[in-house]
Ligand binder design. Structure first.
Ligand code: SER
Length: 336
C-alpha cells in the first residue's frame, strides 16, 4: 500500500508553527501532519494532528511507518528563559528531540531513496559575546553560547550538518545527501497574531501586545538601552519558505543569519507611542534575563543569506508598524 506523502511540522502550536501552517495551507499544501504536546485549535488547514511528544519513540516510529515524508519543519523546542529554569529538560527536548527527528529523516530518506528536507530554527542565542566585540556578528564568530538553549541550538546545527555530510562515512551503508538540513539563526520574532512564551526576546512583542490591549503600562524586564536584532513573523515565514525552495547547489552553507532591525527598548517604546500616545514602560530588571540578552549580539551580519539565496527583509521598523502591526490592530478593532 502506498503511503501518503506529507510535510511534518513539530511544535505546531508555537508561534512559528501556527504562522507557517497558515502560509503553507494558503499556498496549497493539503498534506501537513503536525505533532505537538497540545491539541491543535484549528485543524482545518492540516491533514492530521498528532498530540504527543517528540521524545515518544512510538509516535516517531508510527509516523515513519504511516507516511512518506518529503519535508520536516522541526520547530518544537523549549525557549531560552524556560530552558534556564529546567536545563536538563531543555537538553532532552532540544537535543534528544532533534536527534529523534534527524533519525526519522534519515530513515525516511533511506526508505524512499530520496532526500528529506529538514528545516531547523536556530537562534542568535548561539552567540556569546565578550566585551569589545564589534557588531554585526558573522555566522562563524563568537560561537560561545552562555545559555543551555544557545548550547542546544548550536549543537543541533552541528548535528544536522554532521548527519547530512558524514553519516556512516566509515561503513558500507554510507548514503550521503539523504538529509538536506537547512537552518536559520533567527533574531527575536514579533508576531501580531500570536504571543510568545518562555523566550528572552519576548519583551518587544509583549510591549506591543500590551499597548494594543490598551494597557497603560508595560513592566519591562530588561533595561531601556537593550538592543537585539528582530524581525516580524511574515518575513520570518517568507525566509523559511524561500530557503527551503532554493536549489541545494546554490547553498554554500547550511546555517544562515537573518534579521531586519535592531531597536533599543527605548526606541521601540517611542515608536509605539506614535500610535498609542498613553502607553508607558516601567522597568523591573531581571538580572538573569538581562545577562542573557547582553550575551547576544545587537546586530547580525546577513550577507551569507543575501549572496546564497538572495534574502533581504521586506519590513523595516517603520513599515512593520505602518503595514503590519497597525493595520492588523485596526481591522481587529473594526471586527470586535
Ligand atoms: N527568541 C528566542 C528566545 O528569546 C531566542 O531564539 O528564547
Amino acid at each position: 500500500m502506498s503511503r501518503k506523502k506529507i510535510i511534518l511540522i513539530t511544535g505546531a502550536n508555537g508561534e512559528i508553527g501556527k504562522n507557517l501552517i497558515d502560509y503553507l495551507s494558503k499556498s496549497g499544501s493539503n498534506n501537513i501532519v503536525t505533532l505537538d504536546l497540545q491539541p491543535l485549535e484549528d485543524t482545518s488547514k492540516i491533514y492530521k494532528h498528532i498530540t504527543g511528544s517528540i521524545l515518544d519513540q512510538q509516535i516517531i516510529d508510527d509516523v515513519n511507518a504511516d507516511y512518506e515524508i518529503s519535508t520536516i519543519y522541526h520547530l518544537a523546542a523549549m525557549l531560552s528563559t524556560k530552558s534556564e529554569y529546567a536545563p536538563f529538560n531543555a537538553n532532552q527536548v532540544n537535543v534528544n528531540g532533534t536527534l529523534n527527528l534527524i533519525d526519522l529523516a534519515i530513515k525516511q530518506g533511506t526508505m524512499n531513496n530520496s532526500p528529506v528536507q529538514f528545516f531547523f530554527p536556530s537562534s542568535i542565542a548561539v552567540y556569546g559575546l565578550d566585551k569589545n566585540i564589534v557588531n554585526p556578528i558573522k555566522e562563524s564568530e563568537c560561537l560561545n553560547p552562555k545559555t543551555i538553549y544557545g548550547m542546544n541550538k548550536l549543537y543541533c546545527e552541528q548535528l544536522g550538518i554532521y548527519f547530512s555530510k558524514n553519516y556512516h562515512r566509515l561503513t558500507k551503508d554510507y548514503s550521503p545527501d539523504l538529509l538536506d538540513f537547512r537552518s536559520i539563526r533567527f533574531p527575536g520574532l514579533i508576531s501580531i497574531t500570536t504571543h510568545p512564551t518562555g523566550g528572552t526576546s519576548d519583551y518587544i512583542p509583549e510591549m506591543l501586545h500590551s499597548a494594543s490591549k490598551s494597557e497603560e503600562d508595560y513592566e519591562c524586564f530588561v533595561n531601556k538601552e537593550t538592543r537585539l536584532p528582530f524581525m516580524i513573523m511574515p518575513d520570518a515565514i517568507d525566509a523559511i519558505c524561500k530557503l527551503m525552495k532554493v536549489q541545494k547547489s546554490y547553498l554554500k552553507h547550511q546555517v544562515y543569519n537573518i534579521s531586519a532591525f535592531s531597536p533599543s527598548v527605548e526606541l521601540f517604546h517611542n515608536k509605539i507611542k506614535t500610535y498609542f500616545p498613553d502607553f508607558n514602560v516601567t522597568y523591573n530588571i531581571n538580572e538573569e534575563r538581562q545577562k542573557m540578552v547582553n550575551g547576544w549580539p545587537s546586530e547580525v551580519c546577513c550577507e551569507r543569506a543575501l549572496y546564497d539565496w538572495d534574502w533581504k527583509a521586506k519590513y523595516n521598523l517603520d513599515n512593520a508598524f505602518s503595514e503590519y502591526f497597525i493595520p492588523y490592530l485596526k481591522s481587529k478593532a473594526v471586527n470586535s
